[in-house]
Each structure stands twice: as C-alpha cells, then as structure tokens.
Unconditional design. Structure first.
Length: 495
C-alpha cells in the first residue's frame, strides 16, 4: 500500500474519514462497478443533450474515451487508496477542466447524476433482504452511502481546488502580463504586445493587441499628421507674410491711386466748369455773329440804296452835261450873232465867250463828276461784294460757332459724366483701400494665428513623440507637404 500524501491527509482528517470508513468505502467496490456504467451512461446522455456541455466532446469516440477514464478514476476512489496516484489523477482532471473551461456547475451537476446512480445502486444491491442472505456481513446501506458520499465530495473538492488553483494561476499569469503591458504602455512603449496568455484569456489578449495596434496606428497618424500640418503651417505662414507685405504694398498703391484719382476728379470738375463757361461764351459769340450778320445785311442793303442813288445822280449829271453842251452851242451862236453885229455886239460876244467857257467848264466838271461817280459806283459794288463776303464769312463763322457750341456742349456733358464716373471710381478706390487695409490686418491676424497653431502642433508632436512604436527609425513614413500647385497659389506676386 502506497503512502497517503500530506495534501490528502489533512482533507481526510477534517472530513473524519478514518481507516474504518475507507474500509467501508472499499466494501462498496462491487456495487460501484455494477452500477457505475449505467450512471455514466445517464450522465453522458444528459451531457449530449445539453449544448453547454456537448461542445466539449468532438464525437462519440471522444465521449467513450472520457467515460473509460472516469470509470478508471472511480475505481481509484472506491479503492479508498487516496495515495499519490489518486492525487495525480485528481490533479489532471482538475487541470483539464480548467484548461478546457468547464464551469464548476457542470462538473458538480455531473457528480450529482453519477452519485445518484451509485447511491441508488447501493440501496438496491445492499437492501435488507440481501444483507440477511449475507448474514449481515459487510457495511450497512447507511454506512456505505455515507462513505460513498464523503469519497465523492472529497474527489469533487480536490478536483475543484485544482481547477481553482489552475484558474488562479492562469489569472496570475494574465494579471502579470497585463501589469507589464500597462506599465510599458504608461511609459509610452506601444511595442509590448501580449503573447502566450492562457487560452481562457485568448480573446482578451487578442482584443488588447488589436487595441494596442490601433493606438499605434492612431499615434503614427497623429505624428504623421502633425508633421504634415507643421509643414503646411510653415508654408501658409510664409505665404501669409508675403501676402501681408504685398497687401501693405497694394494698400500704399491704392492710397496713391486714391490721391491721384481725387486730383483727376478735381481737374475733371474744373474742366467741366470751364466747358460750361466756354459754352456760355460760345453762346455769346454765336449771338454776336448773328448781330454782325444783321449789321452786314443792313450795310449791304444801304450800299444797294447808295448804288441806286448813284444811278440817279448819273442821270442828273448826264442832264447837266446836255445843258452845258446846249449852253456852249448857244454861246457859239451868240458869238456868231455878236460878230455879225459888229461893234454893237462886241460886249455881247464877250458874254458869249464867258458863257461858252463856263459851259465848257460845266462839261468838264460834269465829266469829272461822272468819272468820280463811276469810281464811286465801282467802289460801292466792291463794298457790296465785300459786305456779302463778310456776311458769308459770318454765316460760316456762325455755323462753325454752332458746331463748336454743340461740341462744347457734348464735351461739357462728357466731362460731367466723366467727373461723376471719376467720383464713383474715387469712392470705389477708397473702399478698396479700406478693404485692403482690413485685409492687411486680417492677414496679420492669420499669420499670428498660424504661428499659435504651429506652437500647438509642436506641442502635440512632442507628446506623440513620447510614444515608441514599431515604426521608430522611419518615423511614421515622414510627412506629405502641401501639393505643389498650392504653393504658387499662396505666393503669387499678383495677389
């Protein structure tokens, strides 16, 4: 007989299961062997019908193998030899149950079914009649039942203790692994994954590693994103500074343009006013030319009247010339008659000579008057032509002055419209100047905000850099700068 290990001695002592009671247990071996098969069949039928327990068996062959192992183990229990072999077998059973994850409720339930069959078998095979036939040799049914129940409870307790020990050991392994992993995580090490945990913690191990991998990806993305953002912010900040300088330059140019447009506006206003005065003077000139034409027309009419009067004077002179000719003829006749009269007619002859001379002078003066009148008529014709030419010139001047008047009026309107347009342009340029000043201020604020954002991104990058990942060395694949097309758009000199 092999010795009982210390682990079993304390249990047997506490349960008051002495050698006599173990002898009683040994006496039940025939009854156990006779009824154990039916009891186990009943248990495995129940296990097959229960989804929670049927999953532990691959097939009927696996179930038969498990039944044979249980029969062998119950033979050790019924032998009452709680030695090292029994203890090793009980430990294997408990460790197996812990390994496969068989919950205690199913284990205890299986004992209840088997123990029910064994107790029923003891009562059937050790009833009073059969005891009488054996002359009451062997243990009573009561003592046999007590010994069998104690043995079953002892075996159940050993298996469950091993089950809980194994489960606690697995928990300790898992807790230690999680403690180390969380410590590494707290120190920023994202490379320490869980591995080799007990199967009962396989799902938790997978979830933790998946979470850790996700955190690595997130930290890598954050670091990668901060580098890209930092690069973009630097480029945007530089572009904002360039834009600020250009905006300030544009503001100065707009201010000069505003001043120039204001001067143009003032000049256009002066030009418009001068055009209005010129139109007024042109109206006066047109009125004066009209008056001159009227005077020239009157002069032309007067010249015509003088010409008609000269024609009448010419008739008078012609009459005087005829009278002088007749007078000279009469004087010649008188001289002839005086010559006939002799001395008596000498005085009369002198008078006749004087009258003849006077008639000749009258003819000469009439001739001179006719010549002078002819010259006067020619001058009058010339003067009439000149007055008509002056009238034509004044008519042309009047037409030209009218056209100049119309042109000056159109120029005055255009200058007024241009003055209004220049005023509107001046207002628009002033508004653009104010908007440009506001834009310059906004660009400066944007530049300052970009700098603040760059500082925040640097802080974020420093925080992300505290984590160690599998991508250390290549540092998350670098960063992607802004698209090349975006830089010229931000730094175009014409903005």
């Amino acid at each position: 007989m092999r010795p009982v290990p210390e682990q079993m001695k304390s249990r047997l002592s506490f349960m008051e299961m002495d050698e006599a009671q173990r002898n009683t247990l040994r006496a039940t071996q025939p009854w156990v062997e006779a009824t154990l098969g039916d009891a186990l069949d009943r248990f495995y039928a129940r296990a097959s019908a229960t989804p929670e327990t049927s999953r532990f068996f691959r097939d009927q062959a696996h179930m038969r193998h498990a039944k044979a192992a249980q029969e062998k183990h119950w033979a050790r229990i019924a032998a009452g030899e709680f030695n090292h072999d029994y203890y090793a077998s009980a430990r294997r059973i408990g460790a197996t149950h812990a390994h496969i994850g068989l919950e205690p409720r199913w284990y205890v339930g299986s004992y209840a079914i088997v123990l029910q069959g064994l107790i029923s078998g003891v009562h059937r095979l050790n009833n009073p009649l059969k005891r009488l036939l054996r002359l009451f040799r062997g243990p009573s049914t009561e003592k046999a039942t007590i010994a069998l129940v104690k043995a079953a409870l002892l075996d159940m307790e050993v298996s469950l203790s091993i089950y809980f020990e194994e489960a606690q050991a697995e928990r300790n392994v898992a807790i230690t692994a999680f403690e180390n992993a969380l410590t590494a995580l707290a120190e920023g090490d994202l490379t320490n994954e869980l591995s080799g945990l007990p199967s009962s913690f396989a799902a938790l191990e997978k979830s933790y590693n998946k979470t850790l991998d996700r955190i690595r990806e997130m930290i890598a993305s954050v670091s990668d994103g901060t580098m890209r953002i930092r690069s973009g912010i630097n480029e945007i900040s530089q572009a904002a500074e360039d834009l600020s300088r250009r905006t300030q330059g544009n503001a100065a140019s707009l201010e000069e343009t505003t001043a120039a447009v204001s001067q143009m506006d003032a000049r256009f206003r002066s030009t418009a006013e001068a055009s209005r005065h010129t139109v007024a003077r042109a109206d006066q000139a047109l009125s004066t030319v009209s008056q001159g034409r009227a005077i020239a027309d009157e002069a032309s009419q007067a010249m015509g009247r003088v010409s008609e009067a000269a024609k009448g004077t010419d008739s008078v002179i012609e009459g005087l010339d005829k009278i002088a000719f007749q007078t000279r003829v009469l004087a010649m006749n008188a001289a002839v008659e005086a010559g006939r009269a002799g001395e008596a007619g000498r005085g009369f002859a002198v008078v006749a000579d004087l009258v003849s001379a006077l008639a000749m002078r009258a003819e000469e003066e009439a001739g001179r008057a006719r010549e002078q009148l002819t010259m006067t008529q020619a001058e009058i014709v010339t003067a009439v032509d000149a007055v008509q030419k002056v009238d034509g010139a004044l008519a042309n001047i009047s037409g030209d002055v009218g056209q100049v008047h119309d042109l000056l009026g159109s120029m005055a309107k255009d200058n007024g419209a241009q003055s209004t347009a220049i005023s509107e342009i001046s207002n628009a340029v002033g508004a653009m100047d104010r908007a440009t000043q506001q834009n310059a201020a906004m660009v400066e604020e944007t530049s300052a905000a970009a700098q603040n954002l760059a500082n925040e991104v640097s802080d974020l990058a420093n925080l992300a850099a505290q984590f160690r990942t599998e991508k250390a060395g290549s540092r998350f694949g670098g960063y992607r700068p802004l698209p090349a097309a975006a830089i010229p758009a931000l730094t175009r000199p014409d903005l």
